[in-house]
Design a protein around this ligand. Structure first.
Ligand SMILES: [Zn+2]
Ligand SMILES: [Zn+2]
Length: 214
């Protein structure tokens, strides 16, 4: 699986283009905006988009999802149903954060913890990781030891929990109980900023490193 990070929107959100190299099939994770840039990368790699995956309902992660999915005529999968609250608020989020007008939408498929999503020959496991938002999900490729964690975890930090329905204790529990068991060797793509590994964060992340109380 080939992964290309495409920072989009004024928030420099890491949208990701995932490509199954065996089949040339692709999925786009968190197309928050700047669809011309994302579509340019899809065309440059000459791949066939099959799915749009969403980690959560914040505008910088999902504002472009519906338009992109319609352009390629593909389904949107994720996040967890507890995220309906944020997707319903997209028009309000767009005004508040100075984004182009965004309409509320529903994904074609809501995701539950323990389910899998698929594109080409690639399978991603789904983990429900509430805390930053109530219905946030993380996607994990066991074969490639790679996780797409949205705004749950960053290199050296963790997601904000001061939004409505955010919860710091839930977020720390999500990281420790859902992500760490996947393995120290796992590389993760955060919603913003550089990639890291779970092992590096367990050693040095001041919010969730081993030995630190939540
Ligand atoms: Zn967020
Ligand atoms: Zn974000």
């Amino acid at each position: 699986m080939k992964v290309t990070l495409i920072p989009v929107t004024p928030f420099q959100q890491n949208s990701s283009l995932l490509v199954c190299e065996a089949t040339g099939r692709a999925a786009v994770v968190d197309p928050g905006g700047d669809l011309d840039v994302i579509q340019g990368e899809i065309a440059r790699q000459n791949v066939s988009v099959e799915k749009v995956f969403l980690t959560h309902g914040h505008i910088d992660h999902c504002a472009g999802a519906k338009t992109l999915a319609s352009r390629y005529d593909v389904p949107i999968e994720g996040p967890h149903p507890d995220e309906r609250f944020w997707l319903d608020k997209l028009p309000d989020q767009s005004t508040r954060f100075g984004f182009p007008a965004a309409e509320a939408f529903e994904p074609d498929r809501w995701l539950q913890n323990g389910e899998t999503v698929q594109f080409g020959d690639e399978i991603l496991e789904v983990y429900h990781c509430p805390g930053h938002t109530p219905g946030h999900v993380v996607f994990f490729s066991r074969a490639h030891r790679l996780a797409l964690v949205g705004d749950v975890l960053f290199a050296g930090s963790i997601g904000r929990t001061d939004f409505p329905r955010g919860n710091h204790a839930d977020l720390v529990r999500s990281i420790r109980e859902k992500l760490w068991p996947l393995g120290d060797d796992v590389t993760f793509v955060p919603g913003h900023g550089p990639t890291s590994t779970f092992g590096a964060e367990r050693r040095t992340n001041p919010y969730v490193c081993d030995g630190v109380e939540a």
